[in-house]
Design a protein around this ligand. Sequence first.
Ligand SMILES: CC(C)(COP(=O)(O)OP(=O)(O)OC[C@H]1O[C@@H](n2cnc3c(N)ncnc32)[C@H](O)[C@@H]1OP(=O)(O)O)[C@@H](O)C(=O)NCCC(=O)NCCS
Length: 184
Amino acid sequence: MASATERATRTEWAVATLGDGAEVLIRPSRPDDAERLRRMFYRLSSTTIYRRFFTGAPHVPQWAERVASLGVADGERKYALVAFSGDETVGIAHYMRLEPGDTGEVGILIEDAWQGRGLGGMLLERLAAAAMSRGIATFTGSVLGENRRAARLVAKTFAGAAFTWSDGEYAVRVLLGRQPGEGM
Ligand SMILES: CC(C)(COP(=O)(O)OP(=O)(O)OC[C@H]1O[C@@H](n2cnc3c(N)ncnc32)[C@H](O)[C@@H]1OP(=O)(O)O)[C@@H](O)C(=O)NCCC(=O)NCCS
């Protein structure tokens, strides 16, 4: 018999249409996504790599492996959603549960050709829904000060998101399930 987690996971598949008409499949990550995520890494610009990992990184196999590992998730402690165009991954959003507690640390990465098309927002909303159904109440994360797109995405997606500035980065904290207009 399927476990509650397996049953929940099956409902987290979706085909979504972006504003420009492109279709993407969004689903929880699987071990066989690793090779696609490695290929996606080689399509990332240096700016995208820097904004996601806060450091420059060359297009070498060790870094491809690091991106592949973003999709390694057990669905409970770590959960990841991947977006596909055809058979290739074009984005991934994930959280890691900080133990003990009900906080998830979030990361998100959309490949360059798919940025600014609404995919990041879709992934974050679905990630938040999956997290809440697994008992996560708070998301945390870090955004580089120069990364206006990511900051806007968070502010737009989550009502009452709190940004704390320190050393060139924003520490972001979001109470999940808040409605627009509610404060932090
Ligand atoms: C940051 C990121 C996840 C956003 O995802 P995305 O799919 O590009 O974003 P969306 O298309 O959903 O846009 C989100 C908002 O940002 C705004 N935005 C888009 N491009 C922008 C730009 N160049 N400058 C400022 N804001 C911008 C959009 O206006 C949108 O708000 P709107 O719908 O009100 O217009 C994605 O660009 C990315 O992976 N960047 C590199 C890695 C990274 O920065 N990760 C986040 C830190 S972990």
